[in-house]
Design a protein around this ligand. Structure first.
Ligand SMILES: [Ca+2]
Ligand SMILES: [Ca+2]
Length: 611
């Protein structure tokens, strides 16, 4: 980092949820015996039918499908055992052990395909459940680095033959394990690594690594084809800008693949202008991601409403079907149950409850929607003082107009996320929430910063609607007059680097605003002083810290700006808001920082001196 930029969430091409989803699929999973045993009937049913003894035989003994990319330039199709197969898909989030319970629901949606990111010893229940429901799996394999910053670590594809040989042994092993399972549709080697390599390398080496990576994907494709000639192989990246590398280095692939959200309707033109000779599938798609939308007035991604997101899925699917003979389908993102920041952004079924986006995908895929009961719609959501600031621990007021299409009774909950404060995506119910009829009050978060506020509206038919807005939480206003506000201020140093949201001059700590700050060099000691103009007696100081806070500091006064008297000393500061009752008199007041609380410098949103 070049500045104390922690106050702003990093602007990366991928939000924390996608990194989480990626890492989760890489994690070695452990399953309870109970979960494994619950799946035995699925496997056993197939085995009994083929007359094989159940006791020892693996599920993979069932007959696999023959899947092919057939046709010619611009007139391709995917076939399964000779019949056309348009991929009407969703990415799959739950554990494989949950597939037997959940896939019948996906089948009712009209989903015929699910996509995963990793395939290993834990995957059998997923393939088995898919096969039992007439659904097929685009089975992923991880390669480092994933698309998120540093996700999965950095490999040097030019030199690391150990890693490459390991993968060349690993992938065919699992292909051989599962290739005869009728749940397999195709193999998907890697996810967003052409993009992700930018988090590992730059300049000429980045270019060389991207070529080496896609060449290695070709080696893997050959190895997978050698193990299994009956299923296509593809490789996913994050944008069509990766496709020229595949065109150049990966001729063995049967089709291209791309994850695309906001730009999904531009994939067709990118394919047409790129001169490609293979069809493609969308392996992740949906409404614009948090990394693609404009910021709101509080400087954080402006999240769409549930209805706008639902429309995003409809639009994405329409753009896929608008490219017949080339776009062979999509696995839209995401059949996931996480109930957190990323889950509310993308999941069709957070906590297993169905959202507007669930029903939009069901309509797109031709599921039977007759008799569906639909979710509540949270409209016109607003938070009082959302940008001017709600005092920490004070009362937050939120409004919405929420209706249910069937006039079902609605249960409400107000939730907060501190993701833009501490990068924690969890949703926490607000304390002391009251109200109804469109207006709710709740206790505001105790720490300052920009928070997400959610209204969760649940009907009594397993449906949920969400609204979300940001709110700025500011320090509680002390009693009295802030005699420092607007007065001349100077400091031992200040940051100028714009990448950290600076310049961050001393005056920004006394301008009365909680969206501007002073930030010092990253060393001890540092000071900031205010000239009150005339000798003034005061009784309280309030320091509103950026995450770059002072652990040990003195509050001092001076009549001449040269000779200082310590009014109070803090030795165990923990940042955020420090409210200090004092007895001080002087023309000049300063904070002298002697020990920093972080690796950064000292940074104050506001330094208030109260009479
Ligand atoms: Ca309803
Ligand atoms: Ca300020």
């Amino acid at each position: 980092m070049t500045g104390p930029g922690r106050t702003h969430a990093p602007h990366t091409p991928h939000d924390p949820y996608r990194r989480f989803a990626s890492e989760d699929t890489m994690r070695t999973r452990t399953f309870s015996r109970r979960a494994r045993r619950a799946l035995v009937p699925v496997a056993a049913a197939g085995l009994v039918a083929t007359g094989i003894a159940v006791a020892q035989a693996p599920a993979a003994q069932a007959a696999g499908s023959v899947v092919k990319v057939t046709g010619s330039q611009g007139n391709w199709q995917l076939t399964v055992d000779g019949s056309p197969w348009t991929v009407k898909g969703l990415t799959w989030g739950p554990q494989p052990s949950e597939a037997a319970a959940d896939l019948p629901d996906l089948k009712r949606m009209g989903v015929n395909t699910i996509r995963t990111w990793g395939t290993d010893a834990t995957s059998a229940p997923l393939f088995d459940a898919a096969a039992a429901n007439g659904i097929k799996v685009i089975a992923g394999f991880w390669l480092q680095p994933g698309g998120g910053p540093g996700s999965g670590g950095c490999v040097d594809y030019l030199t690391d033959t150990t890693y490459k040989n390991d993968m060349l042994a690993e992938f065919p092993k699992w292909v051989n394990t599962y290739k005869d399972n009728p749940g397999v549709l195709m193999w998907d080697v890697g996810n967003e690594s052409v993009l992700g390599l930018q988090n590992c390398y730059s300049g000429d080496q980045l270019e060389q690594e991207r070529n080496a990576y896609t060449s290695f994907v070709n080696d893997l494709s050959k190895a997978v084809h050698a193990a299994d000639p009956n299923h296509p192989v593809t490789s996913t990246d994050a944008w069509t800008g990766a496709w020229p590398y595949y065109k150049k280095n990966t001729p063995d692939l049967d089709l291209l693949a791309v994850n695309s959200y906001k730009d999904v309707c531009n994939v067709k033109s990118a394919w047409e202008s790129g001169g490609y000779d293979k069809p493609y599938i969308i392996t992740e798609g949906g409404p614009a991601g948090s990394w693609e939308v404009p910021n709101d007035a509080n400087g954080v991604p402006d999240e769409a409403t549930d209805q706008q997101k639902a429309d995003g899925y409809t639009s994405a699917w329409n753009c896929v079907t608008d490219h017949p003979g080339v776009a062979l389908g999509a696995t839209l993102f995401h059949y996931g149950t996480e109930h957190d920041f990323g889950g509310i952004w993308f999941n069709l079924v957070p906590e297993g409850l169905k959202r507007a986006s669930y029903y939009a995908v069901k309509r797109a895929y031709g599921g039977d929607t007759s008799g569906d009961n639909l979710p509540p719609t949270v409209a016109d959501m607003s938070v009082d003082d959302a940008t001017t600031g709600v005092p920490a621990g004070g009362t937050l007021t939120v409004h919405s107009t929420t209706t249910d299409p069937e006039n079902d009774p609605i249960t409400y909950q107000v939730l907060y996320s501190s993701i833009y404060v501490d990068n924690n995506g969890a949703l926490n119910p607000a304390d002391g929430q009251q109200g109804g009829g469109g207006t709710f009050t709740a206790k505001a978060p105790a720490k300052t910063g920009v928070y997400k506020v959610y209204i969760k509206a649940t009907d009594d038919h397993g449906n949920v609607g969400y609204g979300s807005k940001s709110v700025k939480i500011v320090p509680p206003k002390p009693d009295g007059v802030n005699v420092a506000q607007g007065k001349p201020a100077t400091a031992s140093s200040f940051q100028t680097d714009p990448t950290g949201g600076c310049p961050c001059a001393a005056a920004s700590a006394v301008d009365g605003r909680f969206d501007t700050r002073w930030a010092s060099d990253w060393s001890d000691p540092q000071w900031l002083q205010v000239d009150l103009g005339t000798s003034t007696t005061f009784k309280h100081v309030q320091l509103a810290w950026d995450p770059a806070y002072g652990k040990a500091y003195d509050i001092q006064t001076s009549e001449d700006g040269q000779n200082w008297t310590t009014v109070t000393s803090v030795t165990d500061g923990n940042g955020d808001i420090d409210d200090l009752d004092v007895n001080g008199t002087g023309r000049y007041v300063r904070v002298l920082g002697t020990a920093r609380g972080s690796g950064w410098g000292y940074s104050l949103y506001e330094f208030g001196v109260y009479q």
